[in-house]
Design a protein around this ligand. Structure first.
Ligand code: SF4
Ligand code: SF4
Length: 306
């Protein structure tokens, strides 16, 4: 469905009104051969670790047109989650993205509003994806011009950093594509040096060694070596973002839903280890932390040094 001349800027303006910090358009087509090959190699090397889901639906991952009939455009969106207040250094550390309400819920609500705007204005079909479909969000965000893939495996928005959630609206509406972002890390390798578990190299992240993956995705016991590097990370790891020069002066999020609760801010390793299912549901019922489940969180807390 072709668009009217002004709808592209109207969509970007509406995205900004809805709280998105970046919005770009890419043609909905198959990913390029290099990206496909790199992903296949990452899987073949076993670097997805316990994330078995990464091996599924590779055909769809390669071709977003399989996610929506007559798809023409992928609208890529980014939303800042950098916290206004931080946990104290001696508290069991949660990755910043998990401080507030689950981004799946929050992003979906904002994206559905944008999709409704597009549908009302143009009649086009839209599908909202926020980690809910096999879509290569960082690849499409680079193609849509909103950032580049850093060595730390995060999308870096020039001038803004990497503390952003990504979401995609696939639509039948044809929109003018933005220029892909051609920036790169250059000579910097700070995140590779800063990674506490040597999970990063120039080939990307090895999830088998990544504390974020291990503390969140891994079920059952963690490998013994994790004890020596986990520090006070109880859920996720931000080390490769904290050291990044693009994150030297991040702007805190304006989204209230991403602000932490008082109970979250008062958590200690002891309170986590004594949590009941009811406690867990109260504190994390609408949090991304549900992903690791209560037993995973207690397992992680039992390893903390503080
Ligand atoms: S999240 Fe932590 S463990 Fe994983 S790659 Fe980044 S610094 Fe390394
Ligand atoms: S720390 Fe340096 S190498 Fe790593 S993502 Fe940031 S700019 Fe790239």
């Amino acid at each position: 469905m072709p668009s009217s001349p002004n709808i592209a800027s109207a969509i970007k303006e509406q995205a900004s009104i809805l709280g998105f910090d970046a919005c770009g358009f890419a043609r909905a087509e198959e990913v390029d051969a290099q990206a496909r090959q790199e992903y296949r190699q990452w899987l073949a090397d076993g670097r997805n670790g316990c994330m078995n889901w990464a091996e599924r639906y590779c055909d769809v991952r390669d071709n977003p047109q399989l996610l929506l009939d007559s798809a023409r455009t992928i609208i890529m969106l980014a939303m800042n989650y950098y916290p206004q207040v931080k946990q104290s250094a001696d508290a069991p550390q949660f990755a910043y993205y998990a401080y507030g309400r689950d981004y799946h819920e929050v992003m979906r609500e904002h994206m559905h509003e944008l999709a409704a705007f597009i549908q009302n204005e143009t009649g086009a079909c839209c599908r909202c994806c926020v980690d809910t479909a096999p879509l290569r969000e960082r690849y499409w965000a680079q193609r849509a011009g909103i950032g580049f893939l850093g060595m730390n495996n995060q999308l870096i928005l020039p001038g803004k950093g990497s503390y952003f959630f990504l979401g995609a609206i696939i639509t039948t509406l044809e929109l003018p594509c933005d220029e892909p972002c051609t920036l790169s890390c250059g000579e910097c390798r700070a995140c590779i040096a800063a990674c506490p578990s040597c999970a990063l190299d120039e080939g990307g992240v090895d999830a088998r060694r990544c504390l974020s993956c291990l503390t969140i995705e891994q079920r059952g016991e963690l490998p013994q070596w994790v004890n020596t590097v986990i520090g006070n990370r109880v859920y996720g790891c931000d080390s490769c973002q904290l050291c990044c020069p693009h994150n030297s002066s991040p702007k805190p999020t304006a989204i209230q839903d991403f602000h932490p609760s008082a109970e979250f801010m008062s958590l200690t390793a002891a309170t986590i280890q004594s949590m009941t299912d009811i406690d867990f549901k109260r504190v994390f019922g609408h949090s991304a932390v549900r992903r690791t489940r209560l037993e995973g969180l207690k397992r992680n807390a039992s390893l903390l040094k503080n």
